[in-house]
Ligand binder design. Sequence first.
Ligand code: BGC
Length: 506
Amino acid sequence: MFNYKYLLQVFCFGIILVVQKTMQNTTLCTFPPGFKFGTATSAYQIEGAWNVSGKTPSIWDFATHNNFESIIDRSNGDIACDSYNQIDVDIANLQLLNVSFYRFSISWTRLLPNAGNNFINPDGVRYYNEVIDKLIAHNIDPMVTIFHWDLPQSLQDLGGWTNKLTIEYYLQFARTCFSLFGDRVKTWITFNEISMYCVSAYDKKSLAPFASLSGIGTYLCAHYMLLAHGRAYRIYKKDFIHQKGIVGLSIDSPWYFPATNTANDKMAAMRAIITGFDWLTHPIFSQTGDYPLFMRKRIDYNSKQQGFKESRLPRFTTKEKAILQGSADFLGLNHYTSKLASMPMSEKASEMTSYEIDRSFDISFDPKWPKSARNHFKVVPQGLRKLLLYIRDTYNNPIVYITENGYAGDHSEYIDDHDRVSYTNLYLTEILKAIVIDKCNVTKYTSWSFMDNFEWHDGYTLRFGMFHVDFDDPKRKRTPKKSMYAYRNIIRFGTLPRCLSFEKSI
Ligand code: BGC
């Protein structure tokens, strides 16, 4: 006999699926209420005015002036976007963009020319007060990065981030920032990209201080930065809690897909995430604290093989572990791209100490992934969703702010930056899926960058901005690009462009 009950069940199930799909399509258009959009820069990349009114050299001033062949176009940030002299223009452009917050960093040597707090430079205080006050007057929340790579050269002369003493100087700097600006700044990022800084400085020699000591300096540098972060967090919670702000840090990571479906390549992808991302997140966000066990074992073993009495990966004391554990109110994530990881033919081991050898996997790229002007920055939006899922599952779904995400154009790019518009749409779509479908706790998105700027060792050969900057013009004229208008619409409506009928024509 024909089973009507069964037919009815199938019919109802079908209806539920259609309703769910329709709901998902509409919710996959609009960001949840309270979701905030912003944009970002950093001091050395935009300010210029490298030696005015008492400012002393940072490692970037030193490197670009003395070691200029390490910068592709031999340029520097002496003038950069001239933002030191153009606060009003910048604020007007931020207002045009309609962002809720602006992430920028404080130049350590503009505020504390002696690195320590025995002298606070009045001009530094004036400049940052002006920026902060004007932002607030225009309803834009300041989100401040305390350290975005421009270490005082005087501290580098003492070993920089491989010298434990730098922690004490950093804490003086952080404390000065909290006490001068904390009445108005409510979101603090202690460090920008510890791993990018330490690996590029000590292993790859591609960022200042362009030092050696690979596989040794790299771990020391990250270790001391982590400790400085943890202690700055505790200082804020003890002495500045009345300011009612929040403190976190920005950690960079690509996503790694296994190059093939083999167990080996899956293991290689896991290695890549553990040794690149968990290296810095595990001590802060995990239940157990400390470095990931895999790193501990592997670097201890390699160090022993190489004849070291102590592991090249430093150890935290019990007290330090406790300081670090839970020392962030949010996880700032800087993400640009994904890579493929595969297991090498034989385990990489050598007498040479190197972070890359310790990690031991090979990198490649899927030829189908669209390119950008930076060779290894492919457009792989689905990788961001995977990374967000990984964070949710590994660290008990912490609050995540995307503190950087953006597209690299080349130096000839002017205002028709369609690829950047499409990149942003694709990445935001994946973020929305992570929020709506996967229930990841992402509450802020920051587009890198507000305007074209000094792109570290790539000088001015790459452009990340939503405003074009004419670096041949002494006034550094800014012109909005297509991406500025597109991002502004997303912010205005809190909605992805494919869901706005009028956007389809753009
Ligand atoms: C850094 C930025 C940089 C961007 C694009 C990030 O690693 O924090 O300062 O401009 O990547 O390369």
